[in-house]
Write a protein of this length. Structure first.
Length: 419
């Protein structure tokens, strides 16, 4: 089946262009840019057509916490949010640390999710930081990267051995930079606001300390390394030095740390409790600038569903995290409408770079690339109702917020899965 998208505002992160044109797909791949009309014609009416978002670091509740999120509900949320590839985390119950568990996850995803799903595997057994997993066997079973998520490996010798082994197999190590002792028990970022609210806090320096340790181990082992969710300006010079030194290092930031700050916690609003905690406005602007300059490579949702029982608690006791598969795109539009970043640069971070880092084929508008596409109106206004979200859990900090940017259609390998 041949489909041609005409009168489309093509957002091409590879060429850095944003211009009106047409695109033709056939057999699940892009076959032409600005060619002759063929087959079914979809008039995009000047709306944006971009590569589908590749969301690096999505939490699914299967196995173990299906009441929070299933592959079916997360897949529906992804399709509605223009996310055509979910790269899922291994922080499940049990952790994805064996080929058997990974095969279960892959099978469940294939049965119920309408979008592409790739899985990361744990780096140590049970994510306990003691004994490394069988990296080679998990790679053979389909793992695209290895991470203990927010469980920081405290023993440098253990982490160095795991990095060395991963390096020998060409595997990517993903880590959550944080000094675990300093950040233990913290709910917010230290400062005047935290003191006024009487909440346990952590200095942003804990993130820098964790990153400096990790990057020293990367320098020692030569491993490929990705920092999953940086959030503070103090960590950026460390990242810049590592890149300048030629280390195989990339970094990500989640959409909440690009669009919200510590004051949004307000009167103990637990939907704003995240990990790492929300930072100052200066930190937020520094992270946006780092994405715009390319210092930070990836923007992700860090989708973390939590049920009402986990969130309807005193702030200190509430679970961290927010759902974001459906809010990633409209929240990112806040940066575009504020003239802080342009659409091709944003899509480079949300689609091209994560796909490239993980060796996946998506993220491009080019002949031969997968027909994973999102059609969206960047200016369409709406008020977000969390109960209208497809996710099982409704823990979004954007509930009731005025937003702009609505997905009109999502295609995965040429098949329309939303709109």
């Amino acid at each position: 089946m041949i489909t041609t998208f005409t009168n489309a505002r093509l957002i091409n992160p590879e060429t850095g262009t944003d211009e009106i044109g047409s695109l033709t797909i056939e057999g699940g791949v892009i076959t032409a840019l600005n060619g002759a009309e063929q087959g079914d014609v979809i008039d995009c009416n000047g709306k944006c057509l971009a590569p589908g978002i590749v969301d690096m670091g999505v939490k699914i509740g299967e196995p173990g916490e299906r009441h929070k999120e299933s592959f079916r509900t997360a897949g529906a949320a992804a399709a509605a949010g223009g996310v055509t590839t979910m790269v899922i985390r291994p922080d499940t119950t049990p952790a994805v640390d064996t080929p058997e568990t990974l095969e279960f996850v892959t099978r469940r995803a294939g049965q119920t999710a309408p979008v592409n799903v790739h899985s990361m595997a744990a780096l140590t057994k049970g994510r306990e930081g003691r004994e490394m997993v069988e990296v080679g066997f998990l790679q053979d079973a389909g793992a695209v990267a290895f991470t203990d998520c927010d469980h920081v490996i405290q023993n440098p010798k253990t982490f160095a051995r795991a990095m060395t082994y991963a390096k020998s197999l060409g595997a990517l190590v993903v880590a959550h930079p944080q000094d675990p002792t300093l950040s233990d028990g913290a709910a917010v970022t230290s400062g005047k606001f935290a003191s006024l609210r009487g909440l346990p806090a952590v200095s942003p320096m804990a993130e820098r300390m964790g990153l400096e340790r990790d990057l020293a181990l990367v320098e020692m082992t030569g491993a490929s390394y990705h920092a999953d969710s940086l959030s503070s300006a103090t960590a950026l010079p460390v990242l810049e030095r590592a890149k300048a030194a030629g280390l195989d290092v990339t970094a990500g930031v989640n959409i909440h740390h690009l669009t919200l700050n510590e004051l949004d916690v307000g009167d103990y609003r637990t939907f704003f409790k995240l990990k790492p905690p929300l930072r100052s406005e200066d930190d937020r602007l520094a992270m946006v600038e780092a994405v715009a300059s390319g210092l930070i490579d990836v923007v992700c949702s860090m989708h973390t569903p939590q049920d009402e029982e986990s969130k309807r608690l005193p702030f200190e006791e509430a679970a961290s995290g927010a759902v974001a598969l459906e809010t990633l795109l409209p929240a990112a539009m806040r940066l575009v409408h504020a003239d802080l970043i342009d659409l091709p640069t944003l899509w480079r971070a949300m689609s091209l770079n994560p796909a490239s880092r993980l060796g996946l084929p998506g993220g491009r508008l080019a002949e031969g690339a997968p027909a994973d596409l999102v059609l969206f109106d960047p200016d369409a206004p709406f008020v977000l109702d969390r109960f209208a979200l497809n996710s099982k859990s409704k823990n979004t900090p954007f509930d009731g917020a005025r937003m702009e940017g609505r997905v009109l259609g999502t295609w995965v390998t040429g098949s329309r899965v939303f709109g």
